[in-house]
Design a protein around this ligand. Structure first.
Ligand code: P6P
Length: 311
């Protein structure tokens, strides 16, 4: 008897059956994100061939150069989610203000980084998509602890869909032969301690003294540096193998660089569900009340013991 490995769709449906009076709305939403991820994956892997490489000549609200692939991914996700019938509003790194869905309004608000690490497109680096889902009743400026679900797609050696709906973290690997994400990493738990750190050492002249003394301490202890400039790539490595990530406030960026709603909160939510610890200024970023959709926050996360050592 062929024992089939659950697909992402099977898994979402079986989880839905555990929730009484579930309407299937969340299942449709997640499946639409999955569909968009498959299309993004095929474009990323073909981007060396199609004329989808390169810059659009425009910049986004964060004054970051918008690559053609960024725009493609954003437009695809916004269109897919807007027509899913499950979404009330979309917040995206590529949109100046929330996109309020006009027809087929749904119950959920989705915050997106459609293509994380896009500065690495032309160098064929690992890229990602980050998503964060809230109920609409709290509006677009909710604390990260209100998230219904959060996750990322990492376009690496293989393409994986990793997400949590607030209980545990599960990873699905795309099988290109059948075009389905298959459950490959059930209930992922982040290792409590590993001697690897990820930070942009190029900014260390702008780090505060305390942080620099922590960094020299761990270097003396033989930590390895692994840093790719793509939050999803760092997150996936640390979720799987342990370690610590730091993007602190610096003298040039006193609120840090990472976007609270689009990057910090979804990753923090997932990391904490995998048994890791996340930190903004003096506590988890999930309790920060956002003031605007473009809020930034200092952010560090890692294995429990790594974070105890830092804090
Ligand atoms: P830096 C990518 O642009 C991003 O938003 C995150 O994915 C990544 O962690 C960070 O910025 C990298 O920033 O300043 O080290 O290039």
């Amino acid at each position: 008897m062929y024992k089939s490995v659950p697909t992402l769709t099977d898994f979402i449906l079986q989880e839905e059956r555990k929730i009484k009076n579930a309407t299937g709305s969340f299942t449709i939403l997640l499946t639409q994100i999955e569909n968009a991820a498959k299309i993004i994956n095929s474009h990323i892997r073909a981007s060396g061939l199609a004329d989808i490489l390169g810059k659009t000549g425009t910049t986004n609200v964060y004054q970051e150069e918008v690559q053609k692939l960024d725009k493609f991914c954003n437009d695809l996700l916004v269109n897919t989610l807007s027509t899913s019938g499950q979404v009330y509003a979309i917040i995206s790194e590529e949109l100046e203000k929330p996109h309020m869905v006009k027809e087929y309004k749904g119950e959920y608000i989705v915050a997106l980084d459609p293509l994380d690490g896009s500065s690495g497109i032309d160098s064929n680096s690992v890229l990602g998509t980050i998503f964060s889902i809230y109920h609409k009743k709290g509006g677009v400026l909710q604390q990260g602890k209100n998230q219904v679900a959060a996750g990322y797609i990492v376009y690496g050696a293989s393409t994986m869909f990793v997400y949590t709906f607030g209980r545990d973290v599960n990873g699905f690997t795309l099988d290109p032969a059948i075009g389905s994400f298959l459950l490959s990493h059930e209930n992922i738990r982040m290792p409590e301690y590993a001697k690897t750190y990820a930070t942009n050492e190029g900014n260390s002249l702008e780090f505060d003294e305390e942080l620099n003394s922590y960094l020299s301490k761990i270097k003396k202890e033989g930590y390895k540096l692994r840093y790719s400039g793509c939050l999803v790539a760092e997150t996936h490595r640390i979720v799987m193998q342990g370690g610590i990530f730091l993007y602190p406030a610096t003298s040039k960026l006193p609120s840090g660089k990472l976007r609270l709603l689009l990057e910090v909160n979804p990753i923090a939510f997932l990391v904490e569900q995998a048994g890791g610890v996340s930190y903004a200024v003096d506590s988890s970023p999930l309790s920060i009340a956002p003031k605007s959709i473009s809020d930034r926050s200092p952010f560090c996360f890692g294995g429990k013991k790594n974070m105890e050592e830092l804090i």
